[in-house]
Write a protein that binds this ligand. Sequence first.
Ligand code: ADP
Length: 427
Amino acid sequence: MTISEFLPALAENPYFSAGFGLVGVGTGLAIMRKGMQFGFVMFRRHCMVTLEVTSKDKSYEWLLQWMIQKQAKQTQHLSVFTTFQQHETGKVNAQFDFTPSPGTHFLKYKKNWLRIERQRDQGMRDLASGLPWETVTLTSLGRNKEIFYSMLHEAKTLALSKQEGKTVMYIPMGPDWRQFGFPRQHRPISSVILDDGVSERILNDVREFIFNKKWYIDRGIPYRRGYLLYGPPGCGKSSFITALAGELQYSICIMNLGDRTLSDDRLTHLMSVAPQQSIILLEDIDAAFSKRDDDKMTGNKAAGYYPNYVTFSGLLNCLDGVVSTEERLVFMTTNYLERLDSALIRPGRIDLKQIIDKASVSQLIQMFLRFYPHMKHSDAVLFSKTVSDTNQRYSVAQIQGYLMQFKQDAVAAFDDNVSYNSCKSQT
Ligand code: ADP
């Protein structure tokens, strides 16, 4: 059979034409599928904008909060994040924050539909917090990236507005700082009763420092300033620092130098990544480092000490290295100034030392009038005399505790009969 006879015969063969047809259909479908895939890729590339935010990013929490605010009524799939705080008094505060659960959510923003995909990677963990790694991917139709800028801006404003008028506390968590508890209402600086001129002295110094950055830079002086408040417990050191943070609208980063997980490197790192506009508070610094004691420094357990992982020289290096480009202040407190090593309290590391002592006459008067604003100044003077006559000095916390017993009855706050009667006659 010649080739010219063979081809028509093949074409007439029903099996062959059916097979050929099937191959044709298959090829056609495969081409269509590829075409659609290509089309979709091109569509995504040119007609959609995508934004990925990872849980490591600062705006991640803001974004979740913003999402829940925007679509709280629509979404049915939520995760809860509970903030719990137990006060010294035993009172418990708990706050439930809902965030969209992992999965896909849709929401309309500025006339655009956004597809929001929250993914949780169980296999990967954030080393700092130990939490699963998460990402939120936002997709919008069109080519307008502005929508994301505006959304992030809104999310930031919303989150910060919740903190307005409040002082945020941070504690170290791994290599980062984590917000601790609820932001607290600013404590007015006038609510901390210190001896005459003390509050103003510190406040003026801090303001001077904050507003004169250029002065330091022009003269090549490292822009840093350390503060030490010392004195007996219960006299208002911590209260003043909290109030000062409120006054300056700063946050407070509490660093516990006795923390067994803290090393020199971690301390230096934490100091350098502390949030901007914050007070780094090293409380009871004497408890971490008394006068240079090599046994303690090297962690000689035989000497009765457990190892300190932050060394004294590590702390000094760290203090020398804190250059306050981001408006950070270092405050230290101690109940025992005499226990501190002179290397720690020399100028450059601690530039302003201030004793916060037991209540003076002026403080006693102020406290009395704070408790009983309807009483006369002369009554307050009498009260201060009564206290002074005991020949003992008391901390403001002790006086406060005492006056608390007579909240409604100023007269009963006088201990001896003479004062009691004279006070009574004046009211
Ligand atoms: P310190 O840090 O000196 O040990 P705190 O600031 O922790 O003292 O004071 C303990 C409590 O006593 C505070 O919660 C506050 O209510 C009260 N207190 C102490 N000193 C003062 C003060 N100078 N003015 C107002 N309240 C004070």
